[in-house]
Design a protein. Structure first.
Length: 317
């Protein structure tokens, strides 16, 4: 399969909430959050929506790719925290940037960006699709119970985007779904039908942290091994690992089991927390702008989370 990354962009809302700020709301401490999760601060919206973050990240990705909105043939956005189910985030972005192409959303929670990328790659093999904008955008702060210390300290808001075109840089990929709601459940808005006989669901994110942790480490390790093998490479060939930023200890465990040095992992959870589907494209954008990337570098991207789901791909920059 054939793609090339033409540009990346990202955006976070201005307001920063530190761990000490959170310690004023719930029974927690900077020490616990840094040691157990690795987050020091996160950006939280005071008015902007996931749709608006997505448009900002998209504009930056277009600038980085050096192309105009009317050159985009398709927009795919991953999100679980949009303001509206319809219009879609991708549709909002289409109008905001002045594109006219088709646009739709996908949802695979924290793995959403890589599911969207996989979808975009399939479209690129068809006639009429030359450049595709892929986005992950989340206002996780709207899904959190801010009185629940086990989740409110983890998440943050933000968006990342990438423009991809035809090339030969998508060496291998894998997407996985393990259906069920026992480990993570993120309800959507439900009205109050007088005819519906079941109790309304709890309105916030539910996560069994320890089960998710084990799932995450296993999936990173297995998915990275698989795509590396499928690409005909060995783990030593990987130059950079861009993984979902859910917990620094997850990344450290995976690095140890894969025997990949931590220096090859992009880590920005300390600044942004877990931004769900935005986390991989935000980390990719950070890497792209860091000056550490060279054309031809091998990057493995991987994500895991609600669904349960996981995904990985190996790309050549
Ligand atoms: O993006 C989707 C994927 N998500 C993930 O991959 C998340 C994976 N899971 C995790 O990152 C971790 O399991 C958490 C960060 C969610 C929790 O960390 P943990 O080390 O697994 O903590 P725990 O749930 O086992 O709780 C240990 C203790 C408990 O106290 P007791 O029962 O031992 O007295 C908790 O009540 O830590 C307590 N605790 C806290 N203490 C201070 C839980 N949250 C907090 C907190 N501050 N914010």
């Amino acid at each position: 399969m054939s793609i090339r990354f033409l540009g990346t962009g990202s955006y976070v809302p201005e307001k920063i909430i530190t761990n000490n700020d959170l310690a004023k709301i719930v029974d927690t401490s900077d020490e616990w959050i840094v040691q157990r999760v690795g987050v020091k601060e996160r950006h939280v919206s005071t008015g902007e929506t996931a749709e608006e973050f997505a448009a900002q990240a998209a504009k930056r990705a277009l600038i980085s790719a050096g192309i105009f909105a009317d050159e985009i043939d398709l927009i795919i956005a991953a999100t679980i925290s949009s303001e509206c189910v319809c219009p879609t985030v991708a549709g909002y972005v289409q109008k905001a940037i002045g594109a006219t192409c088709p646009a739709f959303d996908v949802n695979s929670a924290c793995s959403g960006f890589l599911f969207a990328l996989e979808t975009a790659v399939s479209y690129l093999s068809r006639p009429g699709y030359g450049k595709i904008l892929v986005i992950g955008s989340e206002r996780m702060s709207k899904l959190i119970d801010w009185a629940d210390r086990s989740t409110c300290v983890i998440f943050g808001d933000g968006a990342g985007a990438a423009v991809i075109g035809k090339g030969d840089g998508y060496l291998a990929s894998k997407i996985n779904t393990y259906g069920g709601n026992e480990v993570i459940e993120i309800p959507s808005f439900s009205g109050s039908s007088p005819f519906f006989e079941k109790d309304a669901k709890h309105p916030y994110i539910f996560m069994d942290g320890q089960e998710t942790f084990k799932f995450a480490v296993n999936r990173i390790v297995e998915d990275i091994k698989q795509v590396t093998y499928d690409a005909g490479l060995i783990l030593d060939d990987i130059d950079h690992v861009v993984t979902h930023q859910a917990n620094i200890r997850i990344i450290e465990f995976a690095a140890k089991r894969l025997k990949i040095p931590m220096e090859k992992f992009v880590v920005n959870i300390d600044k942004y927390g877990n931004t769900s589907s935005a986390s991989v494209p935000m980390a990719l954008d950070e890497l792209a702008r860091s000056g550490k990337l060279e054309r031809g570098d091998k990057i493995v991207m991987c994500a895991f989370g609600g669904g349960l789901s996981s995904a990985a791909c190996l790309i050549e920059w």
